[in-house]
Design a protein around this ligand. Structure first.
Ligand SMILES: [Zn+2]
Length: 469
């Protein structure tokens, strides 16, 4: 008997699911699940959407093979589309969005790196698909794989009736809000099928009751699609679906998107990995390969070792992306580093690598928010301490202007102050300050605990010691 389950519901018709070659017709007893299928597009613009879903049969010996839904395609119209996560957050332990478009499904039942999935911190995410012109969609197919709570798929697809480019703000509007311009094409929820150790596939296809209409209009002609991905189980921290592939079938063959030069992954000792992206700044790729990668390979593990906390696991995988159109130097959002291309181009011979070392410290820090939140000057001071007093050569060490500086000035000044405290009182001071900050236990009292003196007194001492030199 079929271990796999194939379900189709097409309100108001209870209707057959036909994959064109199989001629398989679903009988009602097989109809385990009732799915809400909604389509509100105007008459003759698109056929009604039918949602089919099935599990690969684990007993078949071959994962990712589905009774009726076709295998993932590497030449679907997704190759011609731009995919952007406009809301929610990618889980850095998983693959980039590009994995949804490579025609490859997960090679094991629990393969984070070959799946895209959202961070446990967000309840949902919005994935925008954009083409430069409308495509007539024949089918949308999505594939996932995981034995437990990350296996089922739960999402809604929206479309936008426009052939003209839409402004980014309009595309970012909540599709459920009135006047958003989005209309619901279909809702998917495969939770009744349970986990998917050998894979789960969903197909959204036009209702074939009127074959001619289905062929003529398909799911409609669309320039924009919006996938609203929901957490499988909102109460389950690890309830984000492992998506392996999303196929957008317009009946034509599209060559795979060319591998973008400037994207590469550096695997580092200790099981760490950094995804570099210089697609917007190709002039920086050679420097990244020659200088930055070796620097990161050496210093990420060193920073991890310098700033330990019991039970704390520093980010295993994160990105360093260079933006062409960005002011400033660099910042770290969550665990991902974003760098301003123009500044780096101007500083390759000087401070460029050190600026990234500073950001690597932020990736490792991950301080807790809360009542005893570490002040920003100390967060930056600790990052600059590892940078200027550990990484940079001695001759580059900062010397604050003592006439004007104070230890709360952040960055180099705070770093120089921390270096003084470290040399004079406690070699472990930076590690201890980091540990307390990560636990959310920093208070001004810690300076007294570490040195017997207040931070203000320590600063006066430091200034005096520098004047005496
Ligand atoms: Zn910083």
């Amino acid at each position: 008997m079929l271990q796999s389950t194939s379900c189709t519901v097409n309100a108001p018709h209870k209707h057959s699911f036909l994959s064109p070659s199989s001629g398989f017709t679903m009988s009602l007893p097989r109809l385990l699940v009732s799915l809400a299928v909604v389509l509100s597009t105007a008459h003759a613009v698109a056929a009604e959407a039918v949602v089919s879903m099935e599990l690969a049969d684990p007993a078949a010996g071959q994962p990712n093979v589905f009774p009726h839904i076709p295998a993932a395609s590497a030449t679907d119209a997704g190759n011609a589309a731009k995919l952007t996560l406009i809301d929610g957050q990618r889980d850095g332990n998983g693959a980039q969005l590009t994995c949804l478009n490579d025609g490859k499904l997960a090679d094991s039942a629990d393969a984070p790196r070959s799946n895209f999935f959202l961070s446990p911190a967000v309840p949902s995410g919005r994935l925008l698909v954009e083409w430069d012109k409308p495509h007539k969609l024949h089918a949308i197919r999505s594939y996932s794989r995981h034995p437990d709570g990350r296996g089922p798929q739960r999402y809604a697809v929206y479309v936008r009736p426009t052939a003209k480019p839409a402004p980014a703000e309009a595309l970012a509007t909540d599709p459920k809000s009135a006047g958003s311009g989005w209309s619901l094409l279909a809702e998917v929820d495969t939770r009744p099928l349970g986990g998917a150790p050998a894979g789960c596939a969903v197909a959204i296809t036009p209702d074939e009751t009127d074959k001619a209409a289905a062929q003529r209009v398909g799911l409609g002609r669309h320039r924009y699609l919006l996938f609203v991905l929901e957490k499988v189980d909102p109460a389950d921290r690890f309830g984000q679906t492992f998506y392996s592939e999303i196929d957008l079938d317009d009946g034509a063959e599209h060559p795979p998107a060319p591998k973008l030069p400037g994207r590469s992954t550096l695997e580092i000792e200790g099981g760490y990995a950094i995804d570099f992206d210089t697609t917007e700044t190709p002039q920086l790729t050679a420097w990244v390969d020659k200088v930055l990668k070796p620097t990161c390979a050496e210093w990420y593990p060193k920073i991890v070792a310098a700033f330990p906390t019991e039970g704390y696991k520093p980010p295993k995988r994160f990105g360093i992306t260079f933006r062409a159109d960005m002011n400033g130097v660099a910042f770290t959002a969550g665990t991902n580093v974003v760098c301003a291309g123009p500044w780096f181009e101007n500083n390759l011979q000087g401070e460029a690598a050190g600026a990234v070392v500073h950001e690597l410290v932020h990736v490792v820090q991950q301080y807790r928010r809360g009542p005893n939140r570490t002040p920003g000057w100390l967060v930056e001071g600790l990052a600059d301490y590892l940078r200027w007093f550990q990484y940079e050569p001695v001759e580059n060490r900062p010397r604050p202007n003592l006439a004007r500086a104070k230890y709360t000035d952040s960055y180099r000044t705070t770093a120089a102050f921390l270096d003084y405290v470290t040399r004079t009182y406690d070699a472990e001071a930076p590690a201890k300050l980091n540990d307390l900050s990560r636990r959310g236990e920093y208070t001004e009292q810690v300076w007294k605990d570490l040195t017997g003196r207040t931070a203000d007194d320590l600063w006066l001492e430091y200034v005096q010691s520098q004047r005496n030199q």
